[in-house]
Design a protein around this ligand. Sequence first.
Ligand SMILES: [Zn+2]
Length: 390
Amino acid sequence: MPSDISTYNFPTKIRFGPGSRHELTTELSILGMQRPLVVTDRDVAKLPWFSTIEDTLTDMPSATFRGVWGNPVVSQVTAGLEAYHHHQADGIVAVGGGAPMDVAKAIALMAHHPGHLFDYEDGASTRSIDQPIPSIVAIPTTAGTGSEVGRSAVISDDETHGKKIVFDPQLLPQVVLADPELLLGLPAKITAATGMDALTHLIEAFLAKGQNPLCDGIALEGIYLVSQHLKDCVDFAQKRAEIDQAAHLRARAGMLNASMMGAIAFQKGLGVTHSCAHALSTICDTHHGLANGIMLPAAMRFNLAAEPERFLRMARVVKPGAQSGQELIDWILSLSNSIGIPMSLKALGVSAETVDQLVSIAINDVCHPLNPRPVTKDDFYAIYRDALAA
Ligand SMILES: [Zn+2]
């Protein structure tokens, strides 16, 4: 394929709005799914509204797998796959944040494919994805990864915590029921960390190498939505602001859209922030969004000189009179500060000695080759030290 031809992909059916979760059975019957396996996080399964989703499925044989928690690992996929076959399921309803979405995709992949999940690692596969993959209906309950509109799953090895990505267009959920009511009870810390993940996707996608003006437009509007709604979501979650239910729902809806827009935009690519964050999750088991939130300012200080014009365009989205790209970084710092994201890696217990391990993982990560400025080993040291000194 000539290198100046790009691919634009926006195929997901999204039913967006308060109460859209009630359309589950309608969407399942359109898909012809008759024996769904619900895949969810063990904490999500305890939430009061979760049983109402199970209740809507009483007219058909359904089963629930609740064995997902933390950063998703292979053993969770294996247990979920067993539940899938035991139920003789013909599709999956994924309910939750990024972890259950990714586990659901991995179960769907392995439903009709032999061997080990990592045999299908993107870019290093030893087996081909040549069998049908069952349909997934996704019901997101966080606004961060946007995994519900993505074609990949990130799963870690149980022992080494090394992350591997599996990718296939058929892993994209067929339908997303995006219902902001499900986010009203999200705790402040998770709201802040997942929101910073969404923001990082949007900024890194806009800066990533390559031509995709559709993604660029989506990224800029997504950054605007974060600037309008993330702090409000955290304030409502902390009950610092007087609870106005309608305003809270509007803010959650804004972030739910921003999160999906980030994941749609990053089909263009991500960058150095994600490479740094992936290493932090591997070594320190840091929450992915929190890791991005802490690394974003240092990573953007590194990138600013490479793309001053693009930084200025983003700065003008969050501050219309902005005169320089630096004002975007200033805005990120002030947003982070206002929602409780730590300024320094010290908050994670990272020391100068840890940096060696972090760099050795980050340099091999798949995200930074699309960063607008090439990143060397020395650059990774400089970025981590900058984030440590902040
Ligand atoms: Zn991310």
